[in-house]
Design a protein around this ligand. Sequence first.
Ligand SMILES: [Zn+2]
Length: 359
Amino acid sequence: MEITYPFAKVFVDSTNKLNIFFLHNTKHSTFQQIGEIGSGIVDFCELDYSEVQEKIQALETMTVSSADFEDIQAGFWEAVDLLKEKHSYAHFFLNSEMVRTLWASDKSVEEQIDYLLFLFHYYFELQTQYSEALEFCLNTQVLTEYTLAERYVMFCNLHTDFTQHMLRSMYGIAPIANGKFDTDKLIQFDSSGEVDTKKVLQNIHEDSDYAVSMWQYFSIQSLEEMLYLEFAEMVKRGIRVKRCVLCDRYFILTDKRRRDYCDRVYAGKRTCKQIGAKKKFNESVSDDIYLLQFQTIYNRMYSRYYRMDAWDSDRQTNKLTEEQFKAWVSEASKARQAYKAGDISGEEMIGRISKEPEQ
Ligand SMILES: [Zn+2]
């Protein structure tokens, strides 16, 4: 399939960073290094979509006969602009799809609107899919009895469509030496006529290990492809995630050190980590026996839902349905919040989450 602008060229190197050239059109491109690998997915899964969702709901009630197409278009641009500054690449890919749909397609006006509505819903759905993938394959707090490889294989067995992804890769000259991308050697130019090609090539090849510094890169045109690439690199490198003890959101474990708190700003100014460091000094939150017990019970329910307690045997399990599991999770997290806020005791929390879900 042909690649059309806008798209991104992604170089992966030996560091845990993704080197991305965002090609906005034939003349304009920007470069960004996204580190640590996994932060893009985690930020995407934790993205607050509520404002965008409201906007889309309002747009769904508008039709070309009842409103000006211009107004509807403006509504979509406002919706995508809500993601600006909020995520390193989600905005770029959604904006790109909008450009292709509204400016460069031969779809009818009705088809354009239908397609954009579909697209936004697809973005919401990707969030659900990747939250599940993170939890199932990489969260250190569940399915702890399985290796990373086992978890990935089990996940692919459950979601066979996940293994159907394809990425387009190409080769290009890039300033990579000793397995690392050298951002100092990147040149920003507005007019290609002003570039001294000979000098640029000499510079790039100065300390390359190869005759020509040719590197494989991925041509990424959609958010779906980008998430898949980043996720595959996370699994390959064994980059794990965890939920923050304080804010309950995912964060990446960048090394083997034990971490319980994320670096996000919590309630105004200080980060979860700063608050956590202080808390830990006074009371050992992360060693709280009730929270540990909570985790054990959560783990058990999670395994029952995915039938992972018998994935490699024919043994019958007391499997939970999706409704049962979701209802249980929602009640359990309320109980945990109440416990963390000091509204109920640890025994009460455990009592509340230990009830067998209704059939
Ligand atoms: Zn946090």
